[in-house]
Design a protein. Structure first.
Length: 409
C-alpha cells in the first residue's frame, strides 16, 4: 500500500508538471533545439534508448535508468564525432596531408564545399564523469557541436555552434508489484550554454580564417555573435518491466527550460571560458548585450518499448535486446510540423560474454551500425549513422561517425 501511494504521488507530480509548468512562461518564446550528445552506444542502435536505458547514457536520456540494481561508475568518457560521407574519408585524409601548400589548400577547400552542400559538415565532442544506478544519478557532462550546411555556396549556407556544460543530479525509485518492476526517476540539470547561429557571412568568415596564414589577420570569431548564459532543466522518466518486456517514458526539459542569455562576440565568450566562466550577465543598461526576448528549450516526451528474450545464466553468454521509440511524441521541439517518421527509432544490441557488443538500428529511416568492447575498466564503442536534418525523410540526410573511449567500472 505504501508503494502504491508513492507511485500515485510521483505520477500526480509528473502530470501536473506537464499541464501547469508550461504556462508559467506563457508567451511567444524563441525555441532552440537541445544539444544532442551523439553517444555511439545510443546512435548505433538507431537513437533508441528510452525503454532500455542504463549506465552513463541515462544521464542524458532517461533518469529512470538510475534505478538499475547495478551501479555504473564512469571515471572519464571521451566521445568525438564527425559528420562526413564515408566514401569521402580517403579524400579528406589526402587533403589534410597536403595542407600547407597551394594544392593542398585548394583540395581541402573543394572538399569542404562539397561536404557543406551535400551531406553537411559537422563535428562535435562530449566528455564527462558520472555514477548511475541503485537509485542515484550524478554526473558532469561537457559537450559541443558545430554543423554547417546549405546550397548554393556561399550564399545559401548557414550553420550553428552550440556547447554546454551540465551538472546532473537525480534519484530513481524502484517499485515492485508482483511480477512487474517499475523505476521512476527524475533529475535536476543546471547548465551553462553558448549558442551561436551562423548565416552565410559568418560561415564565410570562419572558412576564411581557417585558410588564413597571416597570424595578424582579423579574428574570425570576433564578428560571430554568441548567445550565452544559464538554464536549469528538470527531466523525468519511467521504466516498467514485465518479464521480457519493458516500456519507457522520458520527459526532457520538463515544462520547457528557460534560458537566461546575454549577447557577446564568440571571441569574448572564449576568453571568458578560458578564465573559468562566461561574460557577466547583461541588463537593459548594457545595450546590445541585453537579450530582451525569451529563449527556451522545449519539452520533449519520448516513448519506447524493448524486448529482452533471454534472462538468467544464459544471458552471460548471449544477451540480445530489440527496442524502439518515438522521440518528441507531440512534435514540440520543431517550429514547423515534422513527419512522424523523422521521430521513429529502432535498434538492437547483442552482447556476447558480457564484453563484446554488436549493434544495429534504424534512425529516422536510415541504417545505423556499431559495436563495442569492454575489457576490465576500458570501454570502447563506435557507431556509423545517418541523421535526418529536415522535416521529412530524405530532405536533408547527414551521415556521420561517433567513437567513445571511457574508463568505466
Amino acid at each position: 500500500m505504501k508503494n502504491t501511494r508513492r507511485l500515485f504521488v510521483v505520477f500526480t507530480f509528473i502530470v501536473a508538471s506537464l499541464v501547469l509548468v508550461p504556462n508559467v512562461f506563457a508567451g511567444d518564446p524563441i525555441r532552440e533545439r537541445p544539444l544532442q550528445i551523439l553517444n555511439p552506444v545510443v546512435m548505433a542502435q538507431g537513437g533508441s534508448f528510452t525503454a532500455n536505458t542504463t549506465g552513463y547514457p541515462s544521464l542524458f536520456t532517461n533518469p529512470a535508468g538510475f534505478g538499475s540494481s547495478r551501479g555504473h561508475l564512469t571515471i572519464a568518457s571521451f566521445n568525438p564525432w564527425f559528420h562526413t560521407l564515408p566514401d569521402n574519408i580517403p579524400e579528406l585524409i589526402r587533403a589534410v596531408e597536403l595542407m600547407g601548400g597551394d594544392e593542398g589548400d585548394d583540395e581541402m577547400f573543394d572538399f569542404l564545399v562539397n561536404e557543406i552542400t551535400t551531406n553537411g559538415l559537422g563535428l562535435g565532442f562530449a566528455g564527462g564523469i558520472g555514477y548511475t544506478g541503485r537509485g542515484l544519478g550524478l554526473g558532469v557532462t561537457v559537450a559541443g557541436d558545430a554543423f554547417i550546411s546549405g546550397r548554393p555556396f556561399p550564399f545559401g549556407v548557414k550553420g550553428v555552434m552550440t556547447s554546454e556544460v551540465s551538472l546532473v543530479g537525480g534519484l530513481a525509485l524502484p517499485i515492485t508489484f508482483g511480477p512487474a518492476r517499475f523505476s521512476l526517476g527524475a533529475n535536476v540539470r543546471p547548465f551553462m550554454r553558448v549558442h551561436a547561429p551562423m548565416g552565410s557571412a559568418e560561415v564565410a568568415a570562419l572558412l576564411g580564417g581557417f585558410f588564413e596564414e597571416d597570424d595578424d589577420a582579423d579574428d574570425p570569431f570576433g564578428n560571430l555573435t554568441a548567445l550565452n548564459g544559464f538554464g536549469i532543466a528538470i527531466d523525468a522518466g519511467l521504466i516498467a518491466e514485465f518479464s521480457a518486456l519493458s516500456f519507457g517514458l522520458s520527459v526532457r526539459d520538463l515544462g520547457n527550460t528557460r534560458l537566461n542569455y546575454s549577447r557577446d562576440s564568440m571571441s569574448d565568450v572564449m576568453d571568458a571560458l578560458d578564465a573559468g566562466g562566461l561574460p557577466p550577465g547583461a541588463t537593459e543598461a548594457d545595450g546590445d548585450r541585453y537579450v530582451a526576448e525569451t529563449h527556451e528549450i522545449p519539452m520533449r516526451v519520448n516513448l519506447g518499448a524493448a524486448f529482452r528474450p533471454i534472462s538468467g545464466p544464459l544471458s552471460i553468454l548471449f544477451d540480445p535486446v530489440i527496442h524502439g521509440q518515438i522521440t518528441d511524441v507531440f512534435d514540440n521541439a520543431s517550429e514547423k510540423p515534422t513527419s512522424i517518421w523523422t521521430r521513429v527509432h529502432l535498434g538492437t544490441e547483442v552482447r556476447l560474454l558480457r564484453f563484446l557488443s554488436a549493434r544495429a538500428g534504424l534512425n529516422q529511416g536510415y541504417v545505423t551500425l556499431g559495436g563495442g568492447v569492454h575489457l576490465l575498466f576500458l570501454d570502447v564503442n563506435f557507431a556509423v549513422y545517418t541523421r535526418e536534418m529536415g522535416r521529412n525523410p530524405g530532405d536533408k540526410p547527414s551521415s556521420g561517425a561517433s567513437i567513445e573511449a571511457s574508463i568505466r567500472f
